[in-house]
Ligand binder design. Structure first.
Ligand code: 0O2
Length: 205
């Protein structure tokens, strides 16, 4: 059985997460300091744990020597937006960056997953400068609204608690809640646009 050197494997991904966190948080900070609307509400990052990498590799029948090629979310960045209309703005920000190359995009906002999951995933590569080499590392960037994230966190918890086989009634309730979340997102966006319009009218007065 092949022994995986986790420290060596994970280090570049850990560095990537730290660097991208700083970069996206800086974009948000720049907008706020210049008084420009920021489509970014908050940014978090995580490194997939070895147990979780091995579980995914086992589930997808990936051999240990193919883990880096085939597991695309060892490094993960999550960008939360307040409104659905902010998501395309963040997508454009990522597409325009010279230090990231987009290799795949998955639109689970338009194509909601059967579970009810909604999020926009971008798989990018970005160079990491190590002491003796420069390597391109893959990162999965998940972009979604605060409300979609609230839902996904609870659904993820259920998934793990019941090892992917949650009770029917909870799965159904979660699907129902996913529809409420979509309605809430639409309504909040409409209200925000009304508030903005009102602001413009009073500016003119
Ligand atoms: P973790 O703990 O976040 O790392 P697959 O694992 O086969 O479903 P795939 O093909 O690798 O997914 O890519 P995909 O569909 O883009 O999903 C990768 C990640 O998206 C998942 O990572 C989750 O974080 C999130 N995700 C995808 N589908 C769902 C869903 O139905 N519900 C929730 N809550 N999250 C989802 P991991 O490895 O599952 O977990």
């Amino acid at each position: 059985m092949e022994i995986i050197n986790w420290k060596e494997l994970l280090y570049p991904y850990a560095q990537t997460v730290d660097e991208l966190l700083l970069k996206f948080r800086s974009l948000d900070k720049e907008c706020r300091q210049l008084g420009i609307y920021s489509p970014i509400d908050s940014v978090t990052g995580r490194l997939k744990r070895p147990a979780s990498i091995l579980e995914k590799a086992g589930r997808k029948q990936i051999s240990p020597d193919r883990i880096e090629e085939e597991i695309e979310d060892i490094a993960g960045i999550r960008i939360l937006c307040q409104f659905v209309e902010d998501i395309p703005k963040v997508i454009e920000m990522v597409r325009k960056r010279k230090d990231m190359t987009v290799i795949e995009e998955r639109d689970y906002i338009t194509n909601t997953k059967p579970s009810g999951y909604r999020s926009y995933h971008m798989l990018v590569t970005t160079p990491v400068f190590l002491s003796d080499s420069i390597i391109d590392t893959k990162v999965e960037i998940q972009i979604r609204t605060v409300a979609q994230d609230f839902w996904a966190t609870l659904e993820h918890k259920m998934h793990y608690k019941f090892e992917g086989d949650g009770p029917d009634y909870i799965t159904k309730e979660l699907r129902k809640c996913a529809r409420y979340v979509a309605e809430l997102d639409t309504r909040m966006e409409e209200l925000n646009n009304e508030i903005q319009k009102y602001g413009k009218l009073s500016d003119k007065k």
